[in-house]
Design a protein around this ligand. Structure first.
Ligand SMILES: Nc1ncnc2c1ncn2[C@@H]1O[C@H](COP(=O)(O)OP(=O)(O)OP(=O)(O)O)[C@@H](O)[C@H]1O
Length: 301
């Protein structure tokens, strides 16, 4: 994901920063997205995700460092030839119909996806003749995605793409994005929806106050920074379980109910069985990506 300049990399950032007045929104960020790679850009509000996306797409000029989109400066139109972007805000001409907007953008591409096929793929076929001004929030979002996909991009940059979408539309969109990936397309996704990040990306970068706090395969990050809990009813005194895992919420959950905090729930259950601890109503909550972002993104970490 990181390394020497790669001419074939859809996106490469080297030591990139952006300052607004005295405030560095992004500082010394480096990342590479290789062909076909999908990367989730995560972090709490204000961590710098949208600023980094804007730098990647040439919408903002870096204060420091170098951004390369397909080996070129992203502020040049030719660099953006294979880029599809869904920005955080929806900007659509209210007085045009959905099909008209899509066709307008399609005319800028050599081999656009046919409008009917495109709209059908993201659950928008029925809205082709609807004026953009009359669309719901979730429909607007889907039109933005259609505009990003119409030119068959090799890199999709998506800033919170499913905001406002219902479960069915989100599922249709995820499927469409999975097709993009299966066809060899790369992706940079920012999302507060961890299920979305895990569904679409194998790798994550976590930002904290504008800097890269951590990066790596999502599974490895969860193992390293996530915490799992094992909750059980047991007649054994909580102090006696302290050797097996950290005990939390003993007593507060009700008489005899204990919560153990662990990095490996399976190992803790094996240890309980191995130690002959009597238990019932075992409940396991596995480490989540939400924990990872909370841990790495917090001011204290
Ligand atoms: N145009 C701007 N002028 C001044 N400060 C800005 C500007 N754009 C962003 N910032 C600041 O830069 C920091 C990073 O903002 P950014 O929008 O990139 O974060 P984010 O991670 O995308 O947040 P969110 O999850 O809320 O979308 C914030 O402190 C924000 O206030």
């Amino acid at each position: 994901m990181q390394g020497a300049a790669r001419a074939d990399a859809p996106l490469q950032l080297d030591g990139v920063g952006r300052r607004f007045g005295d405030h560095w929104a992004v500082r010394d960020a480096s990342l590479t997205i290789t062909p076909g790679e999908s990367v989730a850009l995560l972090g709490p509000n204000g961590a710098g995700k949208s600023t980094l996306v804007a730098l990647a797409c040439g919408l903002r000029r870096p204060t420091q460092g170098d951004v390369r989109l397909f080996g070129r400066d992203p502020r040049r139109a030719s660099a953006r030839r294979w880029l599809g972007v869904v920005p955080q805000a929806n900007a659509l001409p209210e007085m045009l119909r959905v099909g008209e907007v899509v066709e307008l953008v399609a005319r800028h591409h050599r081999d656009p996806v046919p409008t009917a096929e495109l709209l059908d793929g993201i659950d928008l076929a029925g809205a082709r003749r609807t004026f953009c001004g009359a669309l719901s929030g979730g429909q607007r979002r889907r039109v933005m995605v259609a505009l990003a996909l119409v030119g068959r991009p090799r890199l999709l940059v998506l800033d919170e793409p499913t905001t406002g979408m219902d479960a069915e539309s989100r599922e249709a969109l995820w499927q469409r994005l999975a097709d993009h990936h299966a066809a060899g397309g790369a992706m940079l996704l920012t999302s507060h929806h961890v299920e979305e990040a895990e569904r679409l990306c194998r790798t994550a970068i976590v930002l904290r106050r504008g800097t890269v706090a951590e990066r790596g395969p999502i599974a490895a990050l969860k193992q390293r920074y996530g915490t799992a809990t094992v909750t059980l009813d047991t007649p054994v005194r909580p102090e006696r379980l302290g050797d097996l895992a950290a005990v939390r919420h003993a007593g507060a959950l009700g008489p005899g109910r204990v919560e153990l905090v662990t990095s490996d729930a399976d190992e803790t259950v094996r240890a309980l069985v191995g130690a002959g601890v009597e238990f019932a109503h075992l409940q396991i909550n596995r480490a989540s990506l939400t924990d990872v972002v909370a841990t790495l993104g917090s001011e204290e970490s």
